[in-house]
Design a protein around this ligand. Structure first.
Ligand code: ASP
Ligand code: MG
Length: 424
């Protein structure tokens, strides 16, 4: 069996959903588990809705109504094409399902928001994936791509670290092994999971790729394909570079480096679960579905053929020096990392000297404020915001010089294959 993952852009409107149908039609009689994220930018809208609810803001109702309208419009437009008795029933049922999901939200919002933000977030935001999968599943059934809609909250079991839940691999493996294939196709949600106590959880923004990788691993899939609006993994972000090159084949190792340091094409957590079982990962275009895309596997031969550039913006550099003028010792480093782990801040670069320890992390106002509070008693902390982290894999000195020309460099690290520069 194969696993396919379709992101928000690939189902952003009725035309896009039909295109997904065409892609699936190209794989007749195959067992495919289809993982889908929320329609277009629905997740952002649901985040906004969560905040309006918490703030008891009067705009809440109208924002929900808009979101509902957007989904209903897609359904209307899909159902207009096919008006047999059978498809009418499918789309009528779909409308009932959508009403139910919004009914759930209304009920939730009729109570006062008296829980922790992260818990509330996870009881609201997954609605995006529930809606999108209902729509895609119904549409595929309406064009005779028979599938069963499956609830990922019952399959991906997690702990209760809301908004960034940790997968319980043992429980998840058990539930996925019991998955029944009533049809060749299964449609399920990315990004979301559930706790044993039936709370919804999410795996972190853009986490659908990760969900698809978990399913691939536990189902021993023959391959995972992530369908994107680009031709594959490129050697740089086309937003910043003109002449990008599509990579035909890179290794898991190379892909992890690219994803971790900011290449947004795949979520960094996606690679390990497929690498562990040596499952080929394809990144392909849903627009040019017949093009080969990029193959990510264990072949490292081509990794150094093409120079790759990755920019990560909104970095914060923090330098810690002990207030008692002592040297930076192992104990200090462990204290600093404890505080970082406590806030779930991920470090992108590290540098130390005798009296200074510096790290850079993604900007997150709340977490950084809490971190500073924890550490400021013992450390003098210097802090620079709004920096950019440039990573070049298989670099060339000339290109590097050009890219940092005129910029203020705060930190530079070079290894044989990689150079990383933190700059303003
Ligand atoms: N819908 C979720 C998000 O936008 C998950 C995903 O797209 O992967 O973050
Ligand atoms: Mg999304």
């Amino acid at each position: 069996m194969k696993v396919f993952k379709f992101g928000g852009a690939s189902i952003k409107d009725a035309e896009a959903v039909k295109n997904v149908g065409e892609i699936i039609t190209g794989y007749p009689d195959q067992k495919i588990l289809i993982v889908i994220s929320a329609v277009g930018k629905s997740t952002n809208k649901l985040e906004e809705i969560t905040q309006l609810y918490i703030d008891s803001n009067s705009e809440l109702a109208s924002k929900i109504a808009t979101l509902k309208k957007e989904h209903i419009n897609i359904v209307e437009s899909l159902s207009n094409d096919h008006k047999t008795d059978e498809t009418k029933i499918i789309f009528e049922q779909l409308k009932v399902d959508i009403e139910k999901i919004f009914g759930y939200l209304e009920k939730l919002f009729s109570n006062e928001a008296n829980q922790d933000y992260d818990i509330i977030y996870d009881q609201v935001v997954p609605v995006g994936e529930l809606l999108s999968t209902k729509i895609v599943s119904a549409y595929l059934n309406s064009i005779n791509l028979l599938n069963s809609w499956t609830d990922a909250r019952k399959l991906i079991l997690t702990d209760s670290s809301f908004r960034n839940a940790e997968v319980d691999w043992q429980l998840t493996e058990m539930s996925i092994q019991n998955l029944e294939w009533e049809e060749n196709l299964i449609v399920t949600q990315g990004f979301i999971g559930g706790t044993k106590g039936n709370f919804m959880t999410t795996l972190g923004r853009e986490g659908s790729d990760y969900s698809a990788a978990i399913f691939s691993n536990l189902l021993n899939a023959e391959s995972l394909t992530i369908w994107k609006d680009v031709d594959g993994v490129l050697n740089a972000d086309p937003k910043f570079f003109n002449n990008t090159i599509k990579l035909d084949n890179i290794s898991y190792k190379e892909a992890i480096e690219l994803a971790y340091f900011g290449a947004s094409v795949i979520h960094p957590k996606t690679i390990k679960p497929v690498q562990n079982k040596n499952i080929p990962l394809w990144v392909k275009s849903f627009i040019n579905a017949n093009e080969p895309g990029t193959l990510i596997n264990d072949n490292t031969d081509k990794d150094d053929e093409i120079t790759k550039y990755i920019f990560k913006s909104d970095q914060v550099l923090m330098s810690f020096s002990p207030k008692d003028f002592s040297f930076i010792k192992e104990k200090n480093i462990s204290e600093i990392f404890d505080a970082l782990a406590g806030q779930k801040l991920e470090v992108s670069t590290i540098q130390n000297s005798a009296i200074n320890f510096s790290i850079s992390v993604d900007y997150d106002k709340n977490k950084i404020e809490k971190l500073l509070q924890t550490l400021q008693e013992k450390y003098t902390i210097k802090y620079n915001q709004g920096l950019e982290l440039l990573t070049i894999r298989h670099f060339d000195d000339e290109i590097l010089a050009k890219l940092i020309n005129g910029r203020q460099v705060f930190l530079e690290q070079k290894s044989r294959n990689t150079v990383r520069v933190l700059m303003y």
